[in-house]
Design a protein. Structure first.
Length: 251
């Protein structure tokens, strides 16, 4: 299997080779990074959002078809930023399940919401077949270890007609934009977070976060992987040149 498939939404990049070698080491190191930065994650994300905060996440989910009464699975839920938006849209008659491999991140999520949580990876979702109406994933696709396995799991747990909605930050086309984004994420956000005196030091996590954006796949291989998994109506839209929304439907 080539590197772009084995390392999920990442391309073969020297920047990422410095973090780990192989899937087992990738999982161990990234879980530690996210556990370490969990308490400071929300503050850092608010500095990184560039106008794509809570209102944007809610609008994306609405456009993709999330409605009251649905069962939502939020994969790689982290501290629950997308989960919160989904919980508001599904309402009291809905069901929300948050999945993430980081216990530290899930602990932060539980401070905000009382929902079902699963400590697991996208490639092995501990749910029955055809269990959910809608599956979301916010800004975590490039952390997935194997796109084909993850998308096969997404299709399996969705009910017929169910929708998948993947939000992602993509590498800007312009070299200048890429440089500015890298500086903002890798230097400005950690400095502001540290000066604010709020929560954990997120410098290491945000450096990795920025490097994965620089190393991320272009949209077409992701769309191809969704189609290989058997999804239909596969689409990608972009906002502000870097915020992408991948949507697809299970037949």
């Amino acid at each position: 299997m080539n590197d772009s498939r084995r390392l999920g939404a990442m391309v073969d990049s020297d920047r990422l080779r410095g973090y780990f070698e192989g899937e087992d080491e990738r999982r161990r190191i990234t879980r530690a990074l996210f556990d370490e930065g969990a308490s400071g994650y929300d503050h850092a994300e608010s500095l990184t959002a560039l106008g794509s905060g809570a209102w944007y996440r809610r609008q994306v989910l609405q456009r993709a078809g999330l409605r009251e009464g649905m069962t939502l699975l939020d994969v790689a839920a982290g501290t629950g930023l997308v989960t919160v938006a989904g919980h508001a849209l599904t309402g009291p008659s809905g069901r929300v399940i948050a999945l993430d491999p980081s216990p530290g991140m899930l602990a932060e999520l539980k401070k905000k919401l009382s929902v079902e949580t699963l400590e697991a990876y996208a490639e092995a979702i501990p749910l029955p077949d055809a269990e959910v109406d809608f599956l979301s994933m916010g800004y975590a696709l490039r952390h997935v270890g194997d796109l084909d396995r993850a998308f096969a799991e997404y299709r399996r747990v969705l009910k017929p007609g169910g929708q998948v909605c993947l939000m992602e930050i993509s590498r800007p086309a312009s070299r200048l934009q890429r440089t500015l984004l890298g500086f903002h994420i890798g230097a400005v956000v950690p400095a502001l977070a540290r000066l604010s005196g709020r929560h954990a030091d997120i410098k290491r996590l945000w450096r990795y976060y920025g490097d994965t954006i620089e190393a991320a796949l272009a949209p077409q291989p992701i769309l191809d992987a969704l189609q290989r998994a058997g999804f239909t109506d596969v689409k990608c839209s972009v906002t502000l040149g870097m915020f992408r929304e991948y949507t697809a439907r299970k037949p």
